[in-house]
Structure formats: C-alpha cells, structure tokens
Design a protein around this ligand. Sequence first.
Ligand SMILES: [Zn+2]
Length: 361
Amino acid sequence: MGRSLVLGRIAGIKILVHWTFLLLLGWIVISGVSKGNDTPTIINTVVFVLSIFVCVLLHELGHSLTAKRYGVDTKKITLLPIGGVASLERIPEDPRQELWVAVAGPAVNVVIALLLFPFIQTDQLFINEETAGIASTAGFLNSLFRINVALVVFNIIPAFPMDGGRILRALLAMRMGRMRATQIAANLGQFLALGFVFFGLTSGNPILILIGIFVYFGARTENVMVQHLELLKDYTVQSAMITNFVTLSPADSVKDAADKLLSGSDQDLIVVDNGQAIGIMTRSLIINSLRENRAGEAVTEIMERNFDTVAISDRLTEVYANAQRKKNAFFPVVEGNRLIGVIDMNNIQEFVMIRSALSYG
Ligand SMILES: [Zn+2]
C-alpha cells in the first residue's frame, strides 16, 4: 500500500501517516489558492483537517488501549485520508473482549463531542457547513462537534469489519459461536459495503466508495480466516507438513541451488548440516546471487540464517496466524534439533481445501 511517515510513538504504539494524507493536505492548499482564498482561510482549513485527524487518532487509541488491557498489543496506528487503522496483533476471541475493544473507539468520539458541547452554538449546529464555515472559533468548534457525532454514527453502522460490525459479531458470537457469527456479520458487511459504493457513486463521494471497497474485501478476508481457523483447530503441524522436500548441503554452491530450484517445485531450499537446518536459500536469494555473479560461492555465504521454525506438535491455527503476518511464510519443522519437514502457507491452504471438501462431501 505504499509508504507511510512515522510521526512518533504513543504508549509504545507506532503512529504512522500514509503519504496519501499529505497529498490530501496539498490538495486542500492548492484548491484553496485556485479558488482565490486568502492565506488565513487556507491555514484554517488545514488546521481543521488536522483536528479531525487528531480525533481519528484518539478513536484508534481507544481501541488500542482497551485491547492492551486484555493483553493484545497494537503494532501500529496508520492514518489514511479515509480514516485510521489500528493494527492489533490479533482480534480478541472472547466476544466480550471484542465488544469492549470495538465500543471503545466510537466512545472516544462521544467523549470529545460531550467536551465540545458547552462551547458550541446549538442554534447554528445544523446550518450547512459551506455557509457556517470554520473561519470563526464558534464555526470551527461546531464543525468539529458535528464531525465527531458523524464519526460515532458512521462507525456504528454494522458493516463488519467496521466497529459496528465487530460489535454485532461479538453480540452474535455470545449466542451462536464465532464461526457462524462471523459469517452473518461478514455477509451483512459485504451487503452494506455495496450500499456504500452505490451511494458513493450516485452522490459523487469518492471517500464513501473507497470505504465500501475496503469494507467489502475486509469482510471477505476475515470471514475466510475465521472459517479456516475453525477447520484447522483440531490439527497440528504433523497433519499438513511436507516430508518430501529438497535440501542443500553446506558444500553446495549457488549454482547447485539454482539447479535444484529448476528441477523441482520447491521455492525455498533448506540448507541442512548433520540433520539440522542451518539456513534457508529463498528463490529471490538464489536469483539475486546469480545476477551478482556469485554462482560459484557456497550457499553458506548467502543463506538466510535468521528464520523461524515450528515444532511438529504446534497447533496449525497458530502457524496459520503467524504465516498470515509474513510476506513469505515458510517454516522448517523441527523435532528436538532435527529437521523433519517443512510447512508454508500453500500447504496450510491445501490442507484447508481438503478438509473443507471432506466436510461438505
Ligand atoms: Zn474504530
């Protein structure tokens, strides 16, 4: 999704701003200038947009800090022009915890709105933004109040995986189990997402279209993940690992590795010394080394020495969750110190397909 700028850390959580957000600020300035607005008006607009994003950031911190209370860390919070995303390490599986984590975000905006309430002019609250303007302090606070109310209303629409959808899933999961609850919430989420796109198109609102697309695919991804975890939950690595795989010895050269890469379907080759995995030659390492004219060098000079392994008795659900967080998930399976197999995302997905074919057969 491109680059983000690190703003800093709050409570140990990395705060990032996506580059497109800077594009948005640039666009505000340029369109202000082209409309012939004076500098104070343009600065005012920029300050207003930044204030909205502070409210969005506080909303995300609401989720993150509540999750932290349940032992779930947040890797980062990213601010995008269409809103914020708190990347939690995992979604709490206990529906009550998920409920509170989801509620905490909109609750922050309720608090902000309540704090602003004494300073706003209620008689002007519903005047069109264009005419009320943000030039005066009162207009500014009125608009900020309205934005926070809108953030609450919009976020509690039950379009999973938006907050309202998570609240719905958590409430359903208390009654019928997480898999069925996710299915229902995700179906409703996808239906509402299509509605967002439709209204976005008819009203010419590109942000609503983007959010609709986000929600649609988000719902699908999470639904698939939960269904997979359900199918995997009774199995360990032993059931899905590959035992028939190609290895390299420390004496092999990069050229040997390239030959083995070509002759088989394995993409990552494990370098094995005395039955122990000591490194991994990934396809890209092999290709890059050839490009750098290092074909004659030993694989031990090039191989990746830092890699995660899994044990044969590890639960597949855990490996699946770990694999999803990485780009190139490939794990040697070890027992004691000995290499006995390999497992990657393809394996797990094949295993899921076979299980689901059997369970509906
Ligand atoms: Zn939220």
